[in-house]
Design a binder for this molecule. Structure first.
Ligand SMILES: Cc1ncc(COP(=O)(O)O)c(C=O)c1O
Length: 403
């Protein structure tokens, strides 16, 4: 019988979300008795600091917080986010007009595109990229120019390689550093200054996605693009508590910067949702006012070191040490006979229980790579490489690895 209920054209054109495949692979591998070491999704495994959990308990006791949260966010949340940006990045913002709360920055990205583009508009999206970046043009039926992030360019967009007419037509350009999936960071503010100049010349808005700003290593500190003079005229930055405070499930993020763009986003969202619950915003204030994030980067740094070292020793797999994010971005090991990152990942999860993300899931330029999320203890990361090493040597246990 013909299906009477069709999805919209936008939805029909969306590819299945990357992690849908991985969930299915893991399910099947588990059914075979594999003990799964899941390094696929960037889902923080640590618990939210107790100070923040306690602040939530306290906040939720107040029935005032059970009501619809009005507008762009409660003033106390916006004020705390503003103070945090001033302390951390030296950026001064007007909490009334230049900051708003989001139900996670993923929501903000999709809604900003819906609020500020028309079907057919040109947008510039990096490739590889976080799937919410890659899919925004499909949702909005805008026209993507995929800007390759290449190792030889430090995984920065090479604006010189983008045709002038694309830049002239572009409405929004996405930048994300520390970068998901490559782990690349901004080492030279001159690069961001150039981007601002181009934004002014061609008229596009820069969407600077910065959820890994606090997850950096080896003494490196990530910037906010808003710390550059005039950036507020050209940029909206998004940040999130998901990674900084291991609060991914709480769904709380925020947008900062250009007042006009934030106004459009707020108007759009007012027709779609009521914003993040007030008790979540109150708990997030406690996070902003604490220094709880500091231990998190150190944990990921130790995990990065453990994975890179054990990949080399157990699996003969040379993986570059990133300076930020919670990911490693690695070429398929030289010994792998698999032609695609998808085939490598599938083989790995079925034979060893280790689940990684195929680079091709982040865009065409991701083919040939895998992304490793550092979301397991150092012991488990080392165990993952022991198993990857056994895949290399062909000495896999006959019996499935059972937890
Ligand atoms: C680059 C990037 N932006 C945004 C997000 C989503 O963050 P949130 O949990 O705030 O929606 C992620 C999550 O992995 C990400 O990698």
């Amino acid at each position: 019988m013909a299906q009477p209920f069709k999805p919209s054209e936008a939805l029909a054109h969306l590819p299945p979300y990357l992690f849908v495949h991985l969930i299915e692979f893991k399910r099947q591998a588990k059914a075979l008795g594999r003990d799964i070491i899941d390094l696929g999704m960037g889902n923080p495994d640590q618990s939210t600091p107790s100070l923040i959990v306690e602040a939530l308990r306290e906040a939720v006791r107040n029935p005032e917080t059970h009501r619809y949260p009005a507008g762009k966010g409660i003033p106390e949340f916006l004020g705390a986010a503003g103070h945090y940006y001033e302390r951390r990045f030296g950026v001064k913002l007007d909490p009334d007009k230049e900051i708003m709360a989001l139900i996670g920055s993923k929501e903000g990205i999709a809604h900003l595109f819906l609020a500020m583009t028309n079907p057919g508009d040109q947008v510039i999206i990096p490739s590889p990229a976080y799937p919410a970046h890659t899919n925004a043009p499909f949702i909005t039926r805008t026209k993507p120019h995929w800007a390759p992030l290449l190792e030889k360019n430090g995984y920065l967009i090479d604006f010189g390689a983008i045709p002038g007419d694309v830049l002239r037509r572009a409405k929004i350009v996405i930048l994300n550093y520390p970068n998901n999936p490559t782990g690349a960071v901004i080492e030279d503010m001159g690069y961001l200054k150039e981007v601002l100049k181009l934004s002014k010349k061609y008229g596009f808005l820069v969407l600077y996605d910065n959820p890994y700003s606090e997850i950096t290593f080896d003494g490196y500190r990530a910037p906010s693009i808003l710390s550059l003079p005039g950036a507020k005229n050209r940029c909206v930055e998004m940040n999130s508590l998901s990674k900084t405070y291991s609060m991914a499930g709480w769904r709380i993020g925020y947008a900062l910067g250009n007042a006009q763009a934030i106004g459009h986003l707020a108007k759009f969202k007012s027709f779609v949702d009521y914003g993040a619950p007030m008790f979540i915003q109150k708990a997030a204030m406690a996070a902003f006012n604490s220094d709880e994030s500091s231990g998190i980067a150190a944990t990921y740094e130790k995990r990065r070191n453990a994975f890179v070292k054990s990949a080399a020793s157990f699996a003969g797999w040379k993986i570059p040490k990133v300076k930020g994010s919670m990911y490693l971005w690695a070429k398929l090991p030289a010994w792998s006979k698999k032609k695609t990152s998808f085939d490598f990942v599938k083989d790995l999860v079925f034979k060893t229980g280790v689940c990684l993300s195929p680079g091709s899931g982040f865009g065409r330029e991701g083919e040939g790579y895998v992304r490793i999320s550092l979301v397991a203890s150092e012991e488990r990361l080392i165990e993952a490489n022991r198993r990857i090493g056994s895949l290399r040597s062909g000495s896999l246990l006959k019996e499935p690895v059972v937890a």
